[in-house]
Design a protein. Structure first.
Lengths: 424, 424
């Protein structure tokens, strides 16, 4: 299909190895001994639930009646797993005060990670040249998908790194004036502990957004990415998913993952779509793309839910990742980053801090900061990559894979680099 | 993207369950108690290598140094597995007399089954309206992929159910006259124990095909699907892959699977491409589609190769599937199908018999044969589905999933149905 772009594309994927062609910056970084990466959005290998997965594999593989787990499954995924997922979602939305439309296994499609769900959604909804509206900032891998498929990402207005509802009327009117509103095919939202901003969309924002879309007759499906919804530190964020609003004119394509925190190596994501024609289109594309996500990892996830292991593991991990988040935050503060004029908010979940540099300090791949960070043996994701708007002067730091001690040290290095930039 | 077609699309995938919307015929069939399916292209659940996979899972998950198997891998797949695959291919081609260009891990991309490899190839090479040339018959799931992506499948001339090299010059000339030759973007070949014909492409056919393409300046990549190459019964088929011809003007996109016979539930396939620009394009699409095939099943396959378990298992399975093939063949012969004018050849590998009905007997989804087979509680895949040309009067029977006893019984039922059709 149209134009494939290759630059800066694999930061989340390649920090483990320099195996594929990437930007010089990343390539160089990977060759530096002792480098601490705050760039890769990985979880911590040392915390992988090896014992749990082993127990499940043994149980499955010793059971004569479950030889089917080593066989093809359905293209849309294991029925029981789809039931579990739908049930889980309904329960979460109810806990957040919603009385959601009943969702069932039939509305659910299992995907190879939530990455495949995003790709399927874009491919099902867009032709090259179409527009998808995104938050500013947004998930940079989604921007890569859009570029690769020739779809234009247009940033919606933001305030304080989250959707600015009050500015939407003007924004939609401008799109209309430019003749672009008719090319908008979808909207992409990361509504819980966003990568990279760590923000959630409130009940008021969700209501306001849907109302504004209706006022402007923007009746297009919303892709709501709730990948980090269950990856909170102290309490779930108290807003239901967009399904709870029951807006037939704006179909919701909900997507998430079971394995981002549990075991990314199993790679089991999902899509929930109520609108029948769109769901059929997604199922057709899924079938053609890979004839169904590998059955065995699905069976492992199914069993992890059934045995309560997934929830136990999430409960066990939350304070551990919270401690990581606090170690990075403390390292930045105690080494004096705020005194240099940098600002950020603590994270309530997921894996990221989103920093704003002082006025005039560039953070892009070719910036002094980026170069000096390499000298200090620490790397980050430049904000430009996470934005379809400007994104300049921003930095994404991830605390997922390093230990609290290394995070503190990485933070100290980052602050040293920021000081050197300030002193120039 | 353009036009999604949904009919008759999932026979290989849905015979396990009536979970998704399919043709009435299949839907009805699945509700019939005691039905024996010769339709689904599955291997035998009862023969799944559960003990082997269990041993490997335990070894991997108890090893501290291998926690990375539960983490993301590279988008193009595990390096060691790619090395193993490349090595395996070079060895096979050498055993068949070729001195192939050295292939390495860098030329190899791991995919979620060979199905994803086919989808990636079509998406990388074609726009809607483009043409891919296919054999007649060909893999019906590939025809589904082409329809779904809006790509036209055009059948090449065949004789005795395999590529008719002598007819290629006329065929290419006709394409040229119709103005279609310029829209041909690729060619799809199943060169070992084809699904459905069970034929292999000989050395002479491969040479003749490449020569004809060069004569007509048809310099497009060939997708060579060798999924069943290692699934022979008595001896490997003695022709190397097309890589051995070293034709830079006709890039080869070789694809296969590690798990079709071993464990389809692990779903690990692969692509080997030497041409750098095409390989980069495929890697970009793969990265965007799912950010890499699940790492844990890849690690299981890697270990199965390393421990020699994959080869042991293949050696163990060959006579078992050979016996199945013979049971189906015997059931058809001994119950008198030949006497009714039906013809077929025994299979040398893989999972299929490809039958030709006597002149005038229809075999399509709406035919008497199809209806009466349902009454006799046996189902098959109509030849029309496996052909971009006519395919009428053909039947694909699969012997993968049933026991020899059930295969003999299913054959008896099929012959009864054929007799009832003949008697009308």
């Amino acid at each position: 299909m149209a134009g494939l772009h290759v630059s800066l594309r694999s930061i989340d994927g390649v920090a483990m190895s320099g195996d594929i062609s990437i930007d010089n910056m990343m390539q160089k970084a990977l060759e530096i001994p002792g480098l601490l990466s705050l760039a890769a959005g990985f979880t911590d290998n040392g915390l992988a639930p090896r014992a749990q997965v082993q127990e499940i594999c043994n149980a499955i593989l010793m059971d004569d009646s479950r030889a089917e787990t080593l066989q093809y499954g359905l293209p849309i995924g294991r029925r029981k797993l789809r039931e579990q997922l739908a049930h889980r979602l309904v329960k979460q939305d109810q806990a957040n005060g919603a009385t959601p439309t009943p969702i069932g296994a039939d509305e659910t499609i299992i995907t190879t990670g939530s990455q495949q769900a995003l790709f399927l959604a874009v491919q099902a909804l867009c032709e090259p040249g179409d527009i998808i509206l995104v938050e500013d900032p947004t998930y940079f891998v989604m921007l890569d998908v859009l570029r690769t498929l020739g779809v234009r990402a247009v940033a919606m207005p933001a305030q304080n790194d989250t959707l600015d509802i009050d500015a939407l009327d003007d924004f939609f009117a401008q799109l209309q004036e430019r003749g672009d509103l008719d090319r908008v095919r979808s909207m992409y939202l990361i509504s819980y502990f966003s990568n990279p901003s760590s923000k959630c969309l409130s009940l008021e924002q969700k209501t306001g957004l849907l109302d504004a879309m209706k006022r402007h007759h923007l009746h297009v499906p919303i892709i709501e990415d709730i990948a980090y919804r269950e990856f909170f530190f102290e309490a779930p964020y108290p807003a239901p998913s967009l399904l709870a609003w029951e807006t037939p004119e704006i179909p919701i394509l909900l997507t998430g993952t079971l394995t981002k925190l549990f075991s990314t190596g199993l790679k089991v994501g999902w899509l929930i779509v109520q609108e029948p024609a769109l769901r059929q289109r997604l199922a057709d594309l899924k079938r053609c793309q890979d004839f169904g996500t590998a059955n065995f990892p699905q069976a492992i996830c199914e069993e992890a839910i059934e045995r309560g292991m997934l929830d136990e593991y999430l409960d066990y991990m939350r304070p551990i990742y919270h401690e990581k988040a606090r170690a990075l935050d403390a390292g930045l503060r105690e080494n004096g980053l705020q005194d240099l004029g940098w600002t950020w908010e603590p994270a309530g979940g997921a894996l990221y801090l989103w920093l704003r540099a002082p006025e005039g300090v560039a953070t892009g791949p070719a910036s002094d900061l980026s170069r000096i960070c390499l000298e200090e043996k620490v790397i980050y994701v430049p904000g430009e990559l996470c934005s379809a708007g400007e994104g300049a002067g921003r930095v994404r730091l991830s605390y997922g894979s390093l230990t609290p001690e290394d995070l503190y040290e990485a933070a100290a290095r980052f602050v040293r680099a920021a000081k050197r930039v300030a002193d120039r």
